[in-house]
Design a protein around this ligand. Structure first.
Ligand code: PLP
Length: 366
């Protein structure tokens, strides 16, 4: 009798769910026989304004040298990040999306017997990475859709290796105050690495700044991405910053050429275009108010978001997702996050938000 592949792979893989991302426009068009030009995607918290033209230009130039391997050390990008954040270049690790940086954390820190503390219903990748490395996710219920830091501190044990906290969180869009976060970090024992996931940091005014804690030797590591406000999701590039010793160790778990040259060049240029980022922030704020006003007039409860999406209660989330998708509006149902009555709508351009609200109105009437 022959063995199946399930007998060959690591046991932890067998219970590992596959990450379900927002559906690409082309896939929806294929499945439903729709014209892709008539479909809008508000499902993956992408930037509806695209990327800075400077980033696109830099990416195109980098394409000309595509026969060469990229700089595995991301020298130019680390230099630019160093200037922007006032940290040493050795304090940065760059990844194929911040997702990869989170996975590198798993490679470097998590194994069987270890625990990772996270909010129940927080960004699902924390759980996936933890399970992938055979460690145990300890999911702490949220309070009013917000991470309950007291309960999370109480969930830390001798086996806890890492604590994940997104600020703002996805899919709730909520954020803990800097004071609360600092108080929480102060309670963590020395054997725990605190990970602050700042994927949406640029949308959050007066967000937490923990650089002084890193300098003071607290076990703090932060991740950020170019996928959101910088509009480079398709290039897959993100980074983490922390103590140089930690970064040196994480680099051992990193693939040699994990970040492509086009992404690196585009990211450097994107960092330099602060005006574009500011325009995106303003547009996002206007879009948020538009969606909120629409949800309010429909009588739908929504969660005040500090990011580039709004999560709203619509009744049957999956039905709502399907009906809107049939009408050419892709949003995200939140059943996988334990919120079957809710959907997440990324903030789009005014006409896209309007279309989403229009289709939501007909769904709610039906
Ligand atoms: C909270 C959070 N962290 C990290 C990521 C990963 O982003 P990326 O891998 O594109 O950098 C996302 C993406 O949606 C996110 O919502």
């Amino acid at each position: 009798m022959s063995l199946s592949y399930s007998d060959l792979v690591k046991p932890e893989l067998l219970s590992q769910p596959v990450y379900q991302g927002g559906k690409p426009i082309e896939e929806v068009a294929r499945e439903l026989g729709l014209n892709p030009a008539g479909i809008i995607k508000l499902a993956s918290n992408e930037n509806p304004l695209g990327a800075s033209p400077k980033a696109i230009e830099a990416g195109k130039r980098a394409l000309e040298d595509v026969e060469l391997y990229p700089d595995g050390g991301c020298f130019e990008l680390k230099k630019a990040l160093s200037a922007k954040l006032g940290l040493a270049p050795e304090q940065f690790i760059v990844g194929n999306g911040s997702n990869e940086v989170l996975e590198i954390i798993g490679h470097a820190l998590l194994g069987p017997g270890d625990e990772a503390v996270m909010g129940k219903g927080a960004f699902i990748v924390y759980k996936l990475v933890t399970l992938l490395f055979g460690a145990t996710p300890v999911e702490v219920p949220m309070s009013n859709f917000t991470h309950d830091l007291e309960a999370m501190a109480a969930a830390v044990t001798e086996r806890t290796k890492v604590v994940f906290l997104p600020s703002p969180d996805n899919p709730s869009g909520t954020a803990n105050s800097e004071e609360e976060i600092r108080d929480f970090v102060g309670k963590l024992p020395d054997h725990v690495l605190f990970i602050l996931d700042e994927a949406y940091a640029e949308y959050l005014e007066n967000g937490p700044d923990l650089r002084d804690l890193i300098a003071a030797g607290r076990k703090v590591f932060c991740t950020r991405t170019f996928s959101k406000v910088y509009g480079l999701a398709g290039l897959r590039i993100g980074y983490g910053y922390g103590d140089p010793e930690l970064i040196g160790l994480l680099n051992r778990a990193r693939e040699p050429f994990n970040v492509n040259a086009i992404a690196q060049a585009a990211a450097v240029a994107a960092l330099g275009d602060e005006e574009f980022v500011e325009d995106c922030r303003v547009a996002n704020e206007i879009g948020r108010l538009q969606l909120e006003a629409g949800f309010m007039s429909l009588g739908c409860e929504y969660i005040r978001s500090y990011a580039n999406f709004v999560t709203v209660k619509v009744g049957k989330g999956v039905r709502c997702f399907q009906e809107l998708q049939n009408a050419g509006v892709i949003i995200r149902p939140l059943a996988p996050y334990g919120m079957p009555e809710w959907v997440r709508v990324s903030i789009g351009l005014p006409e896209q938000n309007e279309m989403a609200l229009r289709e939501l109105t007909s769904f709610l009437k039906s």
